[in-house]
Design a protein around this ligand. Structure first.
Ligand code: ZN
Length: 454
């Protein structure tokens, strides 16, 4: 949805500010830079890598870092001990190192308990994970809630383990500590909120999940640089347990969440996949549909399912928040998923830019959505006499805007939002928005709600 400056009319369709737009044009490159910076850190659901990640984000946007102590109940779950790791290796008795955490943090299964033994190769093999179909890739594995240890290795290594014993060391600890997550509220002109959530718990993987972090940071910077009606709340949470922690701490005020998006896997070259909220027909679902359907790009729209990313928590039946999930290729549907091949070459600035453009457009659409009542509903008001045809000549297709005006007049009953009207009229939201603004300025419409109500 492009915005022609000449077509800009009233405040309701004014989608941008120059500061925000300036940052938007370089979003893909900025996001890639952040991914480069965060890539080396060994993130997990807790621990120093995640703390350092949140610190790095804080140098860009003013997030608050919240801490929840190990052992705390969050809804039906318990916050686990904090995991930290300093190093790990597998080596021959001669000292020749075969696997080293320093080479890739994917080599150690996340939340591995400490171990330092010389052990028979048969015992070691029970703790090794590889991908036979891709012998040069390292898999990504975790065991957060069941004590275990393991190494993730290239399958090609397994063929070379011919000694009887090996020295195995994981220098880690699991101890009472803190689960941390980042939260940023950008106040709007009202307290109704848009919730944007992304997970922050994967080590050196790019698409899952650094791309989601980068997109959330970019959107936060963008909405900080403009005046908004909605308040925007950004969450940078360890998957599952972080979302549960935030929900449990905010259970009493979730009714302010009007719209939401979970962001993940937004940097690969695949088409966009939008997964609808559990309710399926909320304004964010319809705004995303409007943006994607009019983009001219191939995209997928899928129904909610209780699996995937943190929409599992936000859309659980007790909360049922209007939160959709924005990804490109869905999790698990690309071979690089959860492997070392999800690296810096797997994400592209162009895809990141496109993800930023589509998500920001959908959110701006919701910013612009309004509900009106027709003040002259008896017969068609004479539009020409009020100068309305001239009024729209500044930009856009005059016939489309005239049709849009007729539709807006016909359907503005105080309960039907202009997004609904655009859907019913099969017109671009922007044309309907322009038309409604012109009609309101001419005194033919009264805004009954600053929001789409349905
Ligand atoms: Zn993942």
């Amino acid at each position: 949805m492009t915005h022609t400056p000449g077509a800009r009319r009233g405040a309701s369709c004014d989608r941008d500010s120059s500061t925000a737009e300036g940052a938007a044009s370089t979003a893909g490159d900025d996001m890639y830079q952040l991914i480069l910076e965060l890539f080396p850190l060994c993130r997990s659901i807790t621990g120093q890598g995640t703390r350092q990640t949140l610190e790095a984000l804080r140098s860009r946007i003013p997030i608050s870092v919240r801490g929840v102590p190990s052992g705390s109940m969050v809804l039906d779950w318990v916050v686990p001990p904090e995991w930290n790791i300093r190093g790990a290796y597998i080596q021959e008795i001669s000292g020749r190192r075969l696997v080293d955490f320093a080479e890739s943090n994917l080599h150690v299964m996340g939340y591995s308990t400490p171990v330092h033994h010389v052990m028979p190769v048969s015992e070691l093999r029970e703790h090794l994970f590889s991908i036979p179909e891709h012998p040069s890739w390292i898999p990504y594995r975790t065991s957060y809630y069941q004590e275990n240890w393991g190494f993730c290795v290239r399958d090609s290594l397994l063929q070379t383990l011919t000694d009887e014993t090996y020295e195995v060391c994981i220098d880690s600890d699991l101890a009472p500590g803190t689960l941390r997550y980042g939260e940023l509220l950008i106040p709007g002109s009202c307290d109704r909120e848009v919730l944007i959530s992304t997970h922050i718990c994967h080590p050196s993987l790019c698409n899952d999940n650094l791309s989601g972090i980068a997109l959330a940071v970019q959107l936060a910077a963008y909405f900080m640089a403009r005046e908004n009606r909605y308040s925007y709340r950004f969450l940078f949470v360890p998957a599952t347990i972080g979302a549960l922690a935030w929900l449990s701490q905010n259970e009493g005020r979730l009714n302010v969440v009007s719209h939401g998006l979970v962001l993940a896997g937004v940097g690969d070259s695949g088409n966009i996949t939008y997964k609808k909220s559990r309710r399926a027909d909320t304004p964010i679902d319809r705004a995303m549909h409007e943006v994607l359907a009019r983009s001219g790009d191939v995209y997928n729209e899928v129904d909610f399912s209780p699996y995937g990313y943190d929409e599992r928590q936000y859309c659980s039946p007790g909360f049922d928040l209007p939160v959709g999930t924005f990804t490109r290729t869905p999790y698990g549907a690309y071979p690089e998923y959860h492997t070392s091949a999800d690296d810096l070459s797997f994400v592209q600035p162009e895809s990141l830019q496109d993800s930023f453009d589509k998500t920001s457009q959908a959110l701006l659409l919701l910013e612009a959505d309004r509900t009106y009542v027709n003040l002259k509903p008896h017969g068609e008001p004479q539009l020409g006499r009020r100068g309305l045809f001239e009024a729209v000549r500044g930009g856009g297709d005059p016939r489309a805007i005239e049709m849009a005006m007729l539709w807006v007049l016909s359907l503005s009953d105080g309960a039907t939002s202009i997004l609904r009207i655009a859907e019913r009229a099969k017109l671009a939201f922007e044309s309907v928005c322009e038309a409604a603004t012109a009609l309101a300025e001419a005194g033919l419409l009264l805004e009954t709600s600053g929001y789409g109500t349905d």
